[in-house]
Structure formats: C-alpha cells, structure tokens
Design a protein around this ligand. Sequence first.
Ligand SMILES: [Zn+2]
Length: 106
Amino acid sequence: MAKNKKDNSDFMSKCSFCGGEFGAQEMTVLEEKEQKTTLHATCRECKTSALFFISNGQAGLLSLGVATDLDKEEVKNKFSRFAVTADEVIDAHQLVSQGDVAKLFQ
Ligand SMILES: [Zn+2]
C-alpha cells in the first residue's frame, strides 16, 4: 500500500454532498498536532459544514469527515472538551457507520 504522501488538504477538497470545492478560507483548523489534525470546513456551494479528523498513524493516513450542523464557533466550544485521540477517531468512525454521529457531541 505504497501511496504518495499527500498534502492533508488534498483529500477533502470536494464536498461529499454536492461536489463543490472547499476553499482554504472555509477551513478552520481546530487542532493540529504531529499525528492528527482536526478541521472544520463549510462548503461554498451548499453551506454544508463538516468536521474532518485526520490521523496520521501507523496505519497510514486516516481521514474521516462528519457532517455537522455546528458552525465553527460552536465547534470550537464543543471541541475544547472533545479531545480527539486516534482511538476516538476509530470510535467516531464506528458511530458514523451506526448513524450515531450526534453522540460525538453529547
Ligand atoms: Zn456542498
């Protein structure tokens, strides 16, 4: 599974809902650490907001996008008590696949 190292911004340049592009201006970095980055982005076209969890660990680059109703200020507030670890990203992924995204922010 040899893949080129890609810029983190590359994978999520398109909105999963309408295919519109996320511009750099629409992205807010909530947390940036050596092996994980969390961003909030809003689509220019449909105004869908999404959280992106990017984890760069032993398994390689893992990215997860979660649609959210929260704007970036609300996300910042929530995020201060929602510290994401690699394990929690996996938990988040499980919640997403179960359709329980809302639990992330309870
Ligand atoms: Zn969109």
